[in-house]
Design a protein. Structure first.
Length: 331
C-alpha cells in the first residue's frame, strides 16, 4: 500500500486469518470454525497511529492479539520491523517480545493483584534484561515518572489505585522494554469519561517523546478521530475501509462506515438537529456462519443482488484510500 515516498513501514499484515475451531459431540470432532479475523491486510508506518474501529465482536481485539502473536494465526503474514513473525516459536519469538507490547482494555484484570506496582513494572525487565536490583529499581522509577505517577506508588498494590492510575501502571509496564510498536486494545473503554482524556493525552505525549507506533483499537469514533493518523473500519472479521483520518470522517465511502459515522453525536446543536442517522436493521451475523457474498449484505441499506453472491474485492481508490464494496467499482 505504501508508495516510494511514504515513511518506513514498521508493521505489515497480509492475508491474516484467525479461525477458532468449533468442536461438537463426545469425540470433539471439529464441526466448523469461528472466523474471528478473515483475510485482512494493512500496513502501519513508523511513528503513526492506525485506528481500528468497528462494533463489538467484529474481531478488532483478536486481530491485535494475533498481530502480537498472542495467538497462532491460521493463515497469513505478519511482519514487524521487516521480520516475518507469523510462524516463529519459542526463543525466536520471545526475543522479539521487547519490540512489540500491548496495553489491555481492563487495567484491573491485566495487573496481578498479588504483586506490588514496582514488581509488575519490573517483571519484563527481569525476564528480558540482566539488570541488577538497583538498576531495575531506577528504571521502574523512571517509568513511573514517565506516566505521571508518584515513585512511592512502587510499593503499593493495584487495588489501592483508581482505574486511570491502574491504566497508567499498565502503560508503564508496556514501555519497560523500549518497544517500537504498541497495540492499544480499547485502553480507555473501562475508564470514566473524565479520566479518558488524560490517558489519551499521555499516550500522545509518549508517542512524541519515544517515537512509538500504535495500533489503537476502539469503538469510540470521536476518540479515534482525535488520535489516529489513518483509520481502518472492521466488520465481521474483515476490513471494509481504510483511509487517512480526515478523508474517512469527511467522506466515508463504504455503507457500513457511513452508518457508523452517522451515529456519532455532533456538539453543534444546529448540526445535530438536522443530522441524518442511518439505522441498520437486523443483527450482526455469526462469525461462525458469515453470509455468502459480502459480509455486510444482510444489513446494508444499499444492497444489490450481486452483493449476496459475490464477495467484493479490496480496491485502491487513490490518495491512500481503500475499500471493499461493489458500489465503488466505477468510482
Amino acid at each position: 500500500m505504501a508508495d516510494g515516498g511514504d515513511p518506513r513501514v514498521l508493521v505489515r499484515v497480509d492475508g491474516l486469518k484467525m479461525h477458532f475451531p468449533i468442536h461438537e459431540g463426545l469425540l470433539r470432532r471439529q464441526a466448523g470454525s469461528v472466523k474471528a479475523v478473515d483475510d485482512i491486510s494493512f500496513e502501519i508506518f513508523e511513528g503513526e497511529t492506525l485506528g481500528l474501529v468497528g462494533e463489538s465482536g467484529c474481531g478488532k481485539s483478536t486481530a491485535g492479539r494475533t498481530i502480537l502473536r498472542l495467538y497462532q494465526p491460521t493463515e497469513g503474514v505478519i511482519e514487524i520491523d521487516g521480520r516475518d513473525i507469523s510462524t516463529l516459536e519459542g526463543t525466536a519469538l520471545r526475543d522479539l517480545r521487547p519490540t512489540m507490547q500491548m496495553i489491555f482494555q481492563d487495567p484491573q484484570a491485566s495487573l496481578n493483584p498479588r504483586m506490588t506496582v514496582g514488581s509488575i513494572i519490573a517483571e519484563p525487565l527481569s525476564e528480558h534484561h540482566a539488570m541488577n536490583a538497583t538498576d531495575r529499581r531506577n528504571k521502574v522509577y523512571e517509568l513511573l515518572d514517565a506516566v505521571g505517577l508518584n515513585r512511592d506508588f512502587a510499593n503499593r498494590y493495584p487495588h489501592e489505585f483508581s482505574g486511570g492510575q491502574r491504566q497508567r501502571i499498565g502503560i508503564a509496564r508496556a514501555l519497560a522494554l523500549n518497544p517500537k510498536f504498541i497495540v492499544c486494545d480499547e485502553p480507555i473503554a473501562a475508564l470514566d469519561v473524565s479520566i479518558q482524556a488524560q490517558v489519551v493525552n499521555l499516550l500522545e505525549d509518549l508517542q512524541e517523546k519515544l517515537g512509538l507506533t500504535y495500533l489503537f483499537i476502539s469503538h469510540d469514533l470521536s476518540m479515534v478521530r482525535h488520535l489516529a493518523t489513518r483509520v481502518a473500519v472492521m466488520y465481521l472479521g474483515k476490513i471494509v475501509e481504510l483511509a487517512p483520518r480526515d478523508a474517512l470522517y469527511n467522506d466515508p465511502k463504504h455503507p457500513y462506515t457511513q452508518a457508523l459515522l452517522s451515529a456519532v453525536p455532533n456538539p453543534d446543536p444546529k448540526t445535530e438537529a438536522v443530522r441524518e442517522r442511518i439505522i441498520l436493521t437486523g443483527d450482526v451475523p455469526s462469525p461462525a456462519n458469515p453470509p455468502q457474498g459480502c459480509n455486510f449484505c444482510t444489513r446494508c441499506p444499499k444492497v444489490m443482488d450481486r452483493c449476496r453472491v459475490e464477495e467484493p474485492t479490496w480496491r485502491d481508490l487513490g490518495q491512500g484510500r481503500y475499500a471493499a464494496c461493489h458500489l465503488l467499482e466505477d468510482a
